[in-house]
Design a protein around this ligand. Structure first.
Ligand code: 6GU
Length: 232
């Protein structure tokens, strides 16, 4: 999958993409990420990328010119049909369903905003979809873009070792994941649940299901369509 990222802070994102499973995916050619550092495209003599909002208000707003020019450069690397996603708290909430859907795209362009926002003409003219990673505000879209790349990459065939891993995971069956254990069976007096050592597959499966339900009911009853308990 080919992904281009427009950001003011490529140096903050690069090390994460080079690490662990995403790094391995890049080296294997399954993932191809390129950065378009927005500041490099500023025609301002001080490489400015932001300015005061018309109509007043707090904070600065990203100006159109550097983003339009960075986008034109990024577009050169992609097919005309390539979708542009703007990471913003105003966007559609990212979940596994959207991640899987986006993994079906062969290419994506991601735009990370900063400051208090970006000029709306950028969104209106250049963006196909706004995506948020949750109901809280980050100082910039970079972490959100990394979250999106990570969650989408996991649906790209070959990125995660075993093709069946998704089936057992949180959300795939609408439940959170059951607890897992590895060796030793007794760690400093803390024992692994007996049933997992029994070798009885039907019992183990039933236990997994029971624990997944228990956990989901306790922390995410909304996933079961149940009433949410008031917060304590
Ligand atoms: Cl995508 N960007 C920012 N700045 N804050 C967020 C977000 C995105 N998603 C949740 N909070």
């Amino acid at each position: 999958m080919k992904i281009s990222i427009l950001t003011l802070f490529p140096e903050a994102m690069q090390p994460y993409l080079d690490s662990s499973i995403l790094g391995r995916a890049e080296r294997a050619g399954l993932l191809d990420v390129a950065f378009y550092p927005i500041r490099d495209y500023s025609l301002d003599k001080h490489k400015k990328t932001d300015d005061y909002p018309f109509g007043g208000g707090a904070g600065l707003v990203m100006t159109p010119q550097p983003v339009f020019d960075a986008m034109a450069a990024a577009r050169q690397r992609h097919r005309p049909s390539c979708k542009v996603i703007y990471l913003s708290p105003q966007g559609r909430r990212l979940d596994n369903r959207l991640a899987r859907q986006l993994a079906g795209e062969e290419e994506l362009i991601l735009l990370c905003g900063h400051y208090e926002g970006i000029d709306q003409r950028i969104v209106d003219q250049l963006v196909d979809m706004e995506v948020s990673i949750g109901d809280y505000v980050l100082t910039g879209g970079e972490l959100a873009a990394l979250v999106l790349v990570d969650s989408v990459s996991r649906f790209v065939p070959g990125v995660v070792g075993n093709e069946n891993v998704h089936e057992d995971e949180s959300f795939e069956d609408g439940l959170l994941e059951y607890p897992q254990y590895t060796r030793p069976a007794d760690f400093r007096g803390f024992a692994v649940p007996e049933v997992l050592l029994s070798g009885h597959h039907a019992h183990i499966e039933a236990w997994h299901k029971e624990k997944a339900l228990e956990k989901t009911r306790a922390v995410r009853p909304d996933l079961l369509g149940e009433e949410q308990k008031p917060e304590v």
